[in-house]
Design a binder for this molecule. Structure first.
Ligand SMILES: Cc1cc2nc3c(=O)[nH]c(=O)nc-3n(C[C@H](O)[C@H](O)[C@H](O)COP(=O)(O)O)c2cc1C
Length: 403
C-alpha cells in the first residue's frame, strides 16, 4: 500500500548529553520535512550541547526539558508525551541513559516518559569506544534488547575524542529506514524479492568500456520500498554510486554476463523478480589485456550479443512467481511494452519514457506506463520511491491472484 510513511506520524525524539546531539538536529529537520509531528525531549546534559531553541525551530514544536516547573502547560507531560506516540527514538543515547533505562530508573523527564510509553522505542547509542565496549554498557544494552527496545548499533570510525572504533552515532540514512520499516504496512512480509539495478559495463580494455546512462535510482528505490514493506530483498546491481538501502542484501556486478550469472543463481528462490537494470545488449568481441593506443583501436567495433536475462527468466518462470521487466523507450511505448510483455513471458512491464529530461535515466522522478495482461495504466509523475511503491502495489495484486 502506498504511503508517505512519516506523514502525520507522532515521533518523540529523546536527546541525551552526547557530543553527537548536533547530528540529531538534522534528523529532526528531515522528519519535519517528511511531515512527521516531532516532539523533542532533552535531558539537562543535552541542553549543554544544543539549545532547545534549535530543536524547537527545526521541529516546529515546543521542546520539553524538565519534569517540574511552575506554570508548566502540561503538568503530566511525562505521561502525555509518549502516550499516543507512534515511535520514540532516543538519539544520541548516552551510556548514562542506557544504564538508567536498563535499570528502570525514572529520575528525569526523558527516562520517565520512556517508562510510561507503550510505543516502540529505538535506542541509538553514541559514545567513546571504551565507554561503548565497557562490560557494563554491553550488559545494559543486552538488557534493553531483552526488554524489547530496538537498539540500533552504532557505527565504527573516528570520534570527536580523536579515538577510533565502535560507538559513533549510527548514520541517519540507516536509522530512517529502521523507522520507516517500523511505520510501514508489512504487506510484503514473507515474500522474497529479487531486484536488479544500474547499468552494466562491457570492457574494451582496462580503461574503456561500453555502458549506458542508468544510475540505478529506480532499482534502488524498488529495493528500499520493498524492504520497508517487509519483503526479504536481494539487490543485484551494476556499477552505481548509490548506497545500498538498510536491510537489503546487495551483490555488485560489472558485466551483463556477471549480472546473468548472479540473477539466475537467485531467481529460483524468489517470489518476485523485478529487472530494473539496464543491461547492455552487446559487448566488444575482443577485450584487450592492456590499454590500447588510440591509433591501434579499430574504427569499427565488433560486438557480441549478451545473454537476454529477462527472456531466460521468462522461460524458467515457476508457477506462482511474478516476473516484472523494465523497458526504456523513447517512441511507441505502448506497442513496445506489449510486445516485450508477451515475448518475454512477463507478468508486468514498466515502460519508462526516456525521451524527456523529467523521467527515466539519472533523474529523481519517473512516470511509468505499467502494462499487464489486464491492461495498461500510466502512473502519476512522482518520485522514484513513490513510483516504486505504486509498482509494488500492482505486484501485490498479481501475487494475490497467483496460486
Ligand atoms: C564534551 C562531552 C562530550 C560527551 N559525549 C558523550 C557521549 O558521546 N556519549 C556519552 O555517553 N556521554 C558523553 N558525555 C558524558 C555525558 O554528558 C554524561 O555522562 C552525562 O551525565 C549524560 O547525561 P544524560 O544521559 O542525562 O544526558 C560527554 C561529556 C562531555 C563533557
Amino acid at each position: 500500500m502506498v504511503q508517505n510513511v512519516f506523514a502525520g506520524k507522532k515521533i518523540v525524539i529523546g536527546v541525551s548529553g552526547s557530543i553527537a546531539a548536533f547530528k540529531v538536529a538534522g534528523w529532526v529537520s528531515d522528519l519535519a520535512k517528511e511531515e512527521a509531528i516531532v516532539s523533542v525531549v532533552m535531558t539537562s546534559s543535552a541542553t549543554e550541547f544544543v539549545t532547545p531553541l534549535t530543536f524547537a525551530a527545526l521541529s516546529g514544536n515546543g521542546v520539553h526539558t524538565g519534569m517540574f516547573g511552575r506554570g508548566k502547560e502540561d503538568a503530566m507531560a511525562h505521561i502525555s508525551i509518549g502516550r499516543d506516540a507512534d515511535l520514540v527514538v532516543i538519539a544520541p543515547a548516552t551510556a548514562n541513559i542506557i544504564a538508567k533505562l536498563a535499570g528502570g530508573i525514572a529520575d528525569d523527564l526523558l527516562t520517565t516518559m520512556v517508562l510510561a510509553t507503550r510505543s516502540k522505542v529505538f535506542v541509538c547509542p553514541a559514545m567513546n569506544v571504551r565507554m561503548y565496549s565497557h562490560p557494563a554498557t554491553q550488559k545494559n544494552l543486552k538488557i534493553l534488547k531483552d526488554l524489547g527496545y530496538k537498539v540500533i548499533d552504532p557505527a565504527c570510525g573516528k570520534m570527536a575524542c580523536k579515538e577510533e572504533g565502535e560507538g559513533r552515532l549510527a548514520e541517519w540514512d540507516g536509522v530512517r529506514e529502521h523507522l520507516a520499516q517500523s511505520l510501514s504496512f508489512q504487506d510484503l512480509q514473507g515474500f522474497k524479492i529479487l531486484v536488479t539495478a544500474g547499468p552494466t559495463r562491457e570492457p574494451l580494455d582496462p580503461a574503456r568500456f561500453l555502458s549506458n546512462r542508468s544510475s540505478g535510482k529506480m532499482g534502488y528505490a524498488l529495493a528500499q520500498a520493498a524492504c520497508r514493506r517487509g519483503a526479504e530483498v536481494t539487490l543485484i546491481s551494476g556499477p552505481s554510486a548509490l548506497t545500498c538501502p538498510q536491510g537489503v542484501t546487495l551483490f555488485k556486478v560489472q558485466t551483463a554476463q556477471e549480472m546473468n550469472d548472479a540473477v539466475l543463481a537467485h531467481a529460483a528462490n524468489s517470489s518476485v523478480i523485478i529487472k530494473a537494470a539496464a543491461v547492455a545488449d552487446y559487448r566488444p568481441e575482443t577485450v584487450y589485456v592492456h590499454k590500447m593506443k588510440k591509433e591501434k583501436i579499430a574504427r569499427e567495433l565488433v560486438l557480441t550479443r549478451n545473454p537476454d536475462i529477462l527472456l531466460e527468466l521468462g522461460k524458467r518462470k515457476k508457477a506462482g512467481q511474478i516476473l516484472v521487466g523494465f523497458a526504456a523507450e523513447s517512441t511507441n511505448l505502448l506497442e513496445e511494452g506489449r510486445r516485450k510483455l508477451l515475448a518475454k513471458n512477463l507478468d508486468l512491464i514498466a515502460v519508462n519514457d526516456i525521451s524527456g529530461d523529467t523521467t527515466g535515466f539519472e533523474v529523481e522522478f519517473n512516470q511509468i506506463l505499467v502494462i499487464s495482461a489486464s491492461g495498461a495504466e500510466t502512473l502519476p509523475h512522482t518520485t522514484k520511491l513513490h513510483s516504486a511503491d505504486l509498482l509494488l502495489d500492482r505486484v501485490l495484486q498479481l501475487l494475490s491472484k497467483k496460486p
